[in-house]
Design a protein around this ligand. Structure first.
Ligand code: NAP
Length: 330
């Protein structure tokens, strides 16, 4: 008998076919979320769950007593309560690697958009605000040969460093908990303490995972250390940056601007003051959102799920749950 799984996210046809071949699937097809009651009813007797962003905590696990594996269609897995999953022996997987270039492309788009005021000036042209003789008012700042500080030089961070260094002749600084000799050798990236990175960078890109340690890692104090001409780019998770402190910094000129793909609350609340500021570029969490990459992510997530349900070691079990791999002594 095939294992029962719930696919809580719309997946491309080839992924659907693969999952159906190996599992007894229920698919959630709508764009709207299923709603609590319906979702909990749907997972009551499943062994596998494919999702993105659903909090996998004690409450969810209480409603899914037969669950053996949760497969995230994302590289970030801050939705996993890994301690709760460990206690119940539920594996969790993610999709690292297949999205690096796509997210790095978007990061460069945000850097360029904020530096050259692309979204702001697009709005100006549309509103008929482009009048003859405009010059200085439209100036931006250069990206090429500027200094880029990457907080979180991991897989995506390195793909950003490559673009910045080889494409834009930027000087690359980075900060991690540990050094990354490959990035230093390949892209001349220089490891510096966080405060030094903040003080020296023209662009600060945040690319850490969201963890208890990185939550609000960029707050008022860190923003105050940045140059008044600097631009903050957040592509990681909204909660890594203290949004209230960022809004204050954007309003009072502590920094020049920001570009955000992620927010403390998603979708952004219509009353969020960020929506009223011209010196911030806002995107609806689309870092990995291209057809090809989202398909690759969904297929990888499906393969992780099926491997786990077959009793194999899923290729992308998250590091904190490695001890739950089949065959490992408990
Ligand atoms: P990764 O390879 O694990 O890289 C994360 C980096 O962050 C590592 O180099 C790690 O280095 C560093 N780090 C972790 N904790 C830190 C801390 N407390 N202080 C400083 N550095 C720290 O992950 P990735 O694949 O590049 O993805 C990074 C994150 O991007 C994901 O977790 C996700 O949240 C986000 N993301 C967003 C989108 C989007 O659509 N906007 C798409 C994909 C990913 P050390 O371990 O040495 O500290």
């Amino acid at each position: 008998m095939k294992p029962k799984v719930y696919v809580a996210r719309k997946v491309p046809p080839e992924v659907k076919a693969y999952l159906t071949e190996h599992c007894d699937c229920e698919f959630w097809e709508s764009r709207e979320r299923p709603g609590r009651e319906r979702f909990f009813a749907a997972i009551a007797d499943v062994e596998g769950l494919l999702t993105a962003g659903t909090p996998v905590n004690d409450e969810l696990l209480d409603h899914a007593p037969r669950l053996r594996i949760v497969s995230n269609v994302s590289v970030g897995y801050d939705n996993f309560d890994v301690e709760a999953m460990k206690r119940r022996g539920v594996m969790g997987t993610h999709t690292p690697g297949v999205l690096d270039d796509t997210v790095a492309d978007l990061t460069m788009a945000l850097i360029l958009a904020a530096a050259r005021r692309v979204a702001e000036l697009d709005r100006l042209v549309r509103k008929g605000g482009w009048v003859k003789g405009m010059d200085r008012e439209l100036f931006g700042v250069d990206v090429h040969h500027a200094t880029l500080g990457i907080i979180g030089m991991g897989r995506i961070g390195e793909a950003v460093a490559k673009r910045a260094r080889l494409g834009f002749d930027m000087e690359v600084l980075y900060h991690n908990r540990s050094r990354k000799p490959e990035a230093e050798a390949r892209y001349g990236a220089v490891y510096v303490p966080l405060d030094e990175l903040l003080a020296r960078s023209d662009f600060v890109v945040v690319l850490t995972p969201l963890t208890p340690e990185t939550k609000k890692m960029i707050g008022r104090e860190q923003l105050a250390r940045m140059k008044p001409t600097a631009i903050l780019v957040n592509v990681s998770r909204g909660a890594v940056v203290d949004e209230a402190a960022l809004i204050e910094a954007l309003r009072n000129g502590t920094i020049r601007g920001a570009a955000l793909d992620v927010f403390e609350q998603e979708p952004v609340h219509p009353d969020n003051p960020l929506l009223t500021l011209d010196n911030v570029v806002l995107l609806p969490h689309i870092g990995s959102a291209t057809e090809r990459t989202r398909t690759a992510m969904a297929m990888l997530a499906a393969r992780n799920l099926v491997a786990g349900l077959k009793g194999e070691v899923p290729p992308n079990l998250v590091p904190e749950l490695k001890d739950l791999a089949p065959g490992r002594p408990v």
